[in-house]
Design a protein around this ligand. Structure first.
Ligand SMILES: N[C@@H](CCC(=O)N[C@@H](CS)C(=O)NCC(=O)O)C(=O)O
Length: 205
């Protein structure tokens, strides 16, 4: 792949949605170049960028004539177009289950995750300790599903997959928020330590 054919990733370095795509690009060793989009300056709402993504959000990838947005859809595209190394099982049922868990880990988590995030963004004197503790409790309850499912597996669905890639950025934030590691989630806590050793994850940290 020559330099001019590299995938372009419109990126904001601390964005978990961009990091999710970068993990897959790194795992598959796909050459790419990042094009920074300054979200603080509102570059994502400018006319040129809206032509790439009408939602006005990062990430966006440009792969030759293909322009895509929505991080999980981008990752599915990368898996189909660049199948090696594979990040999805062959069995359609197991693939579907992974998609259910990605949806669970991102969408079903969103309410307590955003509550916690908003609360922690406040100045300490304005923060409600009760709201923080309630959100953490709700998140830990939701995380029990992964704690059960991972069992003795190395990664969330066996081999490293799009499920791990999708959830790592959010779970790293949960670590920053003091939710993980946690004694009620020993396997998930060990999983997080394990994935942090992967070069693809080190690249986003
Ligand atoms: N569902 C989208 C969400 C993308 C998203 O919310 N991106 C954030 C950065 S993490 C963004 O661009 N925010 C800027 C804005 O909404 O103006 C995805 O998975 O790609």
């Amino acid at each position: 792949m020559g330099t001019e054919q590299k995938i372009q990733l419109y990126d904001f370095a601390s964005s978990p949605n961009c990091q999710r795509v970068k993990i897959v690009l790194e795992e598959k060793k796909i050459p790419y170049q990042t094009i920074p989009v300054d979200l603080k300056k509102g570059d994502q709402k400018k006319a040129d960028f809206l032509k790439l993504n009408p939602y006005g959000k990062v990430p966006v990838i440009v792969d030759a004539n293909t322009v895509l947005y929505e991080s999980c859809i981008i990752n599915e595209y990368l898996e189909e177009k660049y199948p090696e190394p594979s990040l999805m099982p062959k069995d359609p049922g197991r693939r579907a289950k992974i998609r259910i868990l990605i949806d669970y880990g991102l969408n079903h988590f969103d309410s307590p995750y955003q509550r916690l995030r908003q609360e922690l963004m406040k100045e300490e004197k304005e923060r409600s300790v009760e709201a923080v503790e309630n959100a953490k409790k709700d998140i830990k309850t939701l995380l029990q599903r992964f704690e059960r499912d991972i069992g003795d597996l190395t990664y969330l669905a066996g081999d490293f997959s799009l499920l791990d890639a999708a959830l790592i950025p959010r779970f790293l934030r949960l670590e920053g928020f003091g939710v993980l590691p946690d004694s009620s989630l020993p396997r998930l806590s060990r999983w997080l330590e394990r994935v942090k050793g992967r070069p693809s994850v080190r690249a986003i940290m």
